[in-house]
Design a protein around this ligand. Structure first.
Ligand code: PEP
Ligand code: MN
Length: 451
């Protein structure tokens, strides 16, 4: 409500971006079509408001101080066709269910952030893909091109950015309706969780589930379950700020302060492949006032971390910067300690979050990209061990998940096997935890938080 949405269009007072090297960008080809798309986006209202971004910064400051835990999750790649009521509902439901379990385990607030309403572009390791002797541009996410393997579909089309804006807008609309309209009521979420614990994972999680049940019954008996705080939740959007034509076109100035915000999402991050200190993505993040993240993979050095801190958070504003580590289960215990040491005293000024997905991907014999549930859990366990030893706060998890019953990651109580991957393998990019695996993860991470 505080962003100037009614004033003059942003054209004319947008920022100067310069022409720093930008990796992983589309090659749009049609300059007129690009100009039309960018002009259209610049004229649209913001998807999120600056004041909400500031609220999220304040919540992430609590994460940095060790007083809250972040749960960030959603698709690897959203698709335009995937923007349906049931898909969005099931994803939100899964995250809310996980959040209740984690809140119980942590005994502190859980900050809920979806990888949604903007997560439509993907960095790729190769520019092209060859099938049966035909070579075409790689799929870069629905913001850029289509998944179907044809020359027409794989061409980079700037008008897709406008479609992504509308898809994000309707996603956010439903998310806001669900989270403030009564659907997120603690008692409903708790009832869903009871349904989960009645399933195959029962024996394993029964104890914590019955403790949570007692806690909720206590709230009800005390008459506080009707309190507004338990009937609605604050839920934020996030995505990788990858396609700069889209992200830059969504920058608006906050009418209260004149400061620029990227209004395409509350929280945005730079990926492992685009976090170069001298690149256009870090420059972009440095210029907007949203809370931001940077992924740190196995090659991240002490200088990278200190450089990012200075570039992105020179004032050391708590909550401004989150480091999302994604080292792999077998390396987190060796690679994270030196990075924490390199920031020393300042480690507490940023939030540290674990992405246990991207360092644990492998290909099954059937050719499916997959991850083992047990590796995912082991990376989170390693992340907790390292932070405990360093006396820093293991601030949260960043997960690729869906509320649907897909077969993309193996393992878990359902004992999903590599042979089962073909059954319902729906992702167009990385494998996601399904509904059951996501809830199991919440129970296991809650136990780590309690320990
Ligand atoms: C992602 O989050 O989907 C992703 C591509 O991650 P990373 O940049 O860590 O590889
Ligand atoms: Mn991914």
């Amino acid at each position: 409500m505080t962003t100037d949405v009614t004033g003059p269009p942003p054209t004319g007072h947008h920022l100067e971006w310069g022409d720093l090297p930008a990796k992983q960008q589309p090659t749009w080809g049609d300059a007129d079509a690009l100009e039309r798309a960018v002009t259209t986006l610049r004229g649209f209202p913001p998807l999120v408001f600056a004041g909400e971004c500031d609220q999220l910064t304040a919540k992430l400051a609590a994460v940095a101080r060790g007083e809250a835990f972040l749960l960030q999750g959603g698709d690897c790649a959203e698709t335009l066709d995937g923007v349906t009521g049931p898909n969005i509902r099931e994803r939100i439901k899964t995250i809310l269910q996980m959040a209740v379990v984690l809140t119980y385990g942590a005994g502190m607030p859980v900050v809920k952030v979806g990888r949604l309403a903007g997560q439509f572009a993907k960095p790729r390791s190769a520019d092209t893909e060859t099938r049966d002797g035909v070579t075409l541009p790689a799929y870069r996410g629905d913001m850029v091109n289509g998944f179907e393997f044809s020359a027409e579909s794989r061409a980079h089309d700037p008008s897709r950015m406008v479609s992504v804006y509308h898809a994000s807008s309707s996603t956010l609309n439903l998310v806001r309706a669900f989270t403030s309209g009564g659907y997120a009521d603690l008692r409903s979420v708790h009832t869903w969780n009871k349904g989960f614990v009645a399933g195959p994972a029962q024996a394993r999680y029964e104890k914590m589930a019955s403790e949570i049940d007692r806690a909720v019954r206590f709230l009800e008996a005390s008459g506080v379950a009707d309190a507004e705080e338990l009937r609605r939740v604050e839920f934020y959007s996030s995505h990788e700020a990858l396609v700069l034509d889209y992200e830059r076109a969504m920058v608006r100035r906050d009418s209260r302060t004149g400061l620029p915000y990227n209004t395409s999402g509350h929280f945005i991050w730079a990926g492992e492949r685009t976090r170069d200190l001298d690149g256009a993505h870090i420059d972009f993040l440095s210029k907007v006032h949203n809370p931001i993240g940077v992924k740190l993979g196995p090659t991240a050095t002490r200088d990278d971390v200190l450089g990012l801190l200075d570039r992105l958070d020179p004032e050391r504003t708590p909550g401004r910067l989150t480091f999302i580590t994604r080292m792999g289960a077998d390396r987190i215990r060796d690679l994270l300690p030196p990075l924490l040491e390199s920031v020393g005293e300042e480690a507490g000024k940023v939030a540290w979050v674990c992405d246990p997905m991207h360092g644990n991907t492998f290909s099954s014999p059937s050719g499916h990209k997959t991850r083992r549930f047990e590796d995912v859990i082991d990376e989170v366990a390693g992340f907790f061990e390292v932070h405990r030893a360093a006396e820093t706060w293991a601030g949260g998890i960043h997960v690729e998940l869906t509320g649907n019953d897909v077969t993309e990651c193996v393992g878990g109580s359902g004992a999903l096997d590599v042979q089962d991957l073909g059954l319902r393998y729906e992702t167009l990019c990385d494998p996601r935890l399904n509904h059951q695996q996501s809830l199991e993860m919440a129970f296991q991470v809650a136990a780590m938080l309690e320990a």
